[in-house]
Design a protein around this ligand. Structure first.
Ligand SMILES: [Zn+2]
Length: 280
C-alpha cells in the first residue's frame, strides 16, 4: 500500500508530466471506484489544464485551471501509469485514462478498487471531510515532538496503531510506522500516551528521517523513468525491520539471540515488525 514517500514520488512524476498539459480526453470505464465517481466526471475534466500537482497525506491533488481539484487516493492497490501512447490498448482494471495534448496518457489501474477520486473546488479543499481531519504533515517544520506528544496524550491504543491513524500524523502506514519505531527504539506495543517528552522527540526525528530517506530514494528513481514511461511511485528500498521477520536488525546480534531476530506481530489485523531487544 502506498504511503507518503510513494505518493510524494507519484506527485512529482505527475507534476513533471502533467503540469501545463491539457486533458484532451478522459475515458471513464466505471461509475464507481471505492465510492461513486462525481456526476459528469469525465466531461468536467475534459479540456481542463493541470496547473499544479500537490500532495496532502496520501492524497494526490491535481489543481485544474477552472479552480477545481482532482483528488485521488490510491487505496490498497491503485497505480498510476504513464504511457507515451494514448492509443495503446487498455489493461484489465484500467478504470480511468487521462489523455493529454502531447499524445500521452496516464492510466489509473486498481484491481481491488479501494482507491477513489473526487472533484472538489480548490476553495472548499480545506473543509473537504477526508482532508479536514488529517493530522500534520510529518515533513513540515510544524511537526515537532511537542505536537506529536500532544496528539498522543490520553491515547490508550498502541503507539503503532496511533502512528497509522491519519488524524495523529498524515501519510504514515504500516511500513513507515515499523521503521520509525525501530529507529526511535520504541516498542510498537507501548501505550501511545506514554510517548511524551524525549520519546516523542526521538520518534519525530526517526519519522522525519525514514520518510526523507524514502522520498529521496523515490526522487532518484524518477530520473530513471520519467523521460520514458512506466508506473509511478515504486522504488527499491531497504528496510531495517519491515518484512524481515527472523533476520537481524541493523547493528544488533538479535538474530543469534534467544529472541531470534526481528519479530512479526499482528496489531489490529496488520503486521508489525520490531526488535524486542532494541525497542522498549
Ligand atoms: Zn535487533
Amino acid at each position: 500500500m502506498p504511503e507518503l514517500p510513494e505518493v510524494e514520488t507519484i506527485c512529482r512524476g505527475l507534476a513533471l508530466r502533467l503540469e501545463g498539459r491539457r486533458l484532451t480526453r478522459v475515458v471513464q470505464r466505471r461509475r464507481d471506484l471505492r465510492f461513486p465517481l462525481p456526476d459528469r466526471f469525465a466531461a468536467r475534466l475534459t479540456g481542463r489544464t493541470v496547473t499544479r500537482v500537490a500532495r496532502r497525506g496520501k492524497f494526490i491533488l491535481a489543481h485544474l485551471d477552472d479552480g477545481q481539484v482532482l483528488l485521488c487516493h490510491l487505496g490498497m492497490s491503485g497505480r498510476l501509469i504513464i504511457g507515451e501512447d494514448a492509443t495503446a490498448r487498455p489493461e484489465p482494471h484500467d478504470h480511468i485514462v487521462f489523455e493529454t495534448d502531447d499524445g500521452a496518457a496516464v492510466r489509473f489501474n486498481d484491481a481491488r478498487r479501494f482507491g477513489f477520486m473526487d472533484l472538489v473546488p480548490a476553495t472548499a479543499l480545506a473543509a473537504y471531510p477526508r482532508l479536514a481531519g488529517l493530522g500534520p504533515e510529518p515533513l513540515d517544520d510544524g511537526f515537532t515532538g511537542a505536537v506529536l506528544a500532544a496528539a498522543l496524550r490520553g491515547k490508550a491504543t498502541s503507539i503503532k496503531a496511533a502512528l497509522i491513524d491519519q488524524r495523529v500524523v498524515a501519510g504514515i502506514g504500516n511500513i513507515y510506522a515499523s521503521e520509525s519505531l525501530f529507529w526511535a527504539g520504541l516498542s510498537p506495543r507501548r501505550l501511545a500516551r506514554t510517548v511524551q517528552g524525549g520519546r516523542a522527540e526521538r520518534l519525530v526525528a526517526a519519522i522525519r528521517r525514514v520518510l526523507a530517506e524514502a522520498v529521496a530514494a523515490g526522487g532518484s528513481s524518477l530520473r530513471d523513468y520519467v523521460q520514458a514511461t512506466g508506473e509511478l511511485g515504486y522504488f527499491q528500498h531497504r528496510w531495517a525491520v519491515y518484512d524481515r521477520a527472523g533476520a537481524g536488525c541493523p547493528g544488533c546480534d538479535c538474530a543469534l539471540a534467544r529472541t531470534g531476530g526481528v519479530r512479526r506481530i499482528v496489531q489490529a489485523g496488520r503486521s508489525t515488525f520490531y526488535c524486542t531487544r532494541r525497542q522498549r
